[in-house]
Design a binder for this molecule. Structure first.
Ligand code: NAP
Length: 240
């Protein structure tokens, strides 16, 4: 059973990724700050394949230990899905420095550090997949999301160079850039603002967490072994 680590597994996209991967026979370790009823239900269904570790990625000091705990309990890591992120919005001029620092710690520093330690386990096996979750906001921009946008844009830069570094060990590194998906992170977007996002989609609807988890599953599959260093946009054409 290949072991996949999914950060931000308690809800939204991370939970949908867990559902998809468990149904495909992977063993999954999900990381989040909180436990949710949905995750509990999933754990009951997949007793022997789904595990959870509580960790807050605003603390970047214990990530080496976090990875050590996972590999000691479950063996080497095949895939890492860097999905956990915060979506604080606000005009830069009035945004608190603590919020800016938290966005950078959770959305940039933590994914880099967890990849550093998880990739060691992949390097020993000469196989592995790193999948970073970016956002179309990284390339389109959105009023009030400058810091979030900066953190998401960093994922594609990280992906490009790391793909060069890890390629010789047959480890692939890619980013998925989703468009708007209905989750807790976007629950504040409604009314005319949401309608105008929907109107931008040539397919007449928006992408879902299931669409994006399907792309994660593809990137983990053998069919995607020669895809690395790229960003795949899943946005129902919103940025076309
Ligand atoms: N929703 C969208 O429209 C959209 C669009 C483009 C990209 N994305 C990206 O998709 C990914 C998933 O977003 P989502 O919409 O599913 O958001 P969400 O529903 O808010 O879920 C975020 C997940 O990250 C975890 N998380 C947040 N802060 C954390 C921290 N400090 N430590 C540990 N875990 C933390 C949360 O768990 P706990 O709260 O339990 O810790 C939760 O499981 C993110 O990378 C986001 O940037 C989302």
């Amino acid at each position: 059973m290949k072991l996949i680590v999914v950060t931000g597994a308690s809800k939204g996209l991370g939970l949908a990724i867990c559902v998809r991967l468990l149904n495909e026979g992977y063993k999954v370790v999900g990381i989040s700050r909180t436990m949710t009823d949905e995750f509990k239900v999933l754990q009951k269904e997949f007793r022997k394949a789904l595990f959870r570790i509580e960790y807050d990625f605003s603390n970047t000091n214990d990530i080496q230990n976090l990875v050590r705990t996972i590999t000691r309990a479950h063996g080497s890591i095949y895939g890492l899905i860097n999905n956990a992120a915060l979506g604080h919005d606000g005009v830069l001029g009035t945004m608190h420095e603590t919020q800016i620092k938290e966005l950078i710690a959770v959305n940039i520093e933590s994914p880099i550090l967890i990849t550093k330690y998880a990739s060691r386990s992949m390097l020993m096996k000469l196989q592995g997949r790193v999948i970073n979750i970016g956002s179309i906001i990284a390339s389109t921009g959105f009023n009030g999301l400058s810091v979030y946008g900066a953190t998401k844009a960093s994922m594609s830069g990280f992906t490009k160079s790391l793909a060069r570094e890890l390629g010789r060990a047959k480890i692939t590194v890619n980013t998925i850039a989703p468009g708007y998906m209905a989750t807790a992170m976007t629950s504040g977007l409604e009314g005319e603002k949401l309608k105008s996002i929907e109107r931008r989609s040539p397919l007449g609807h928006l992408a879902t967490v299931e669409d994006v988890s399907g792309t994660v599953s593809y990137l983990l599959s053998d069919d995607a072994k020669n895809i690395t260093g790229t960003t795949i946009t899943v946005d129902a054409g919103s940025t076309a």
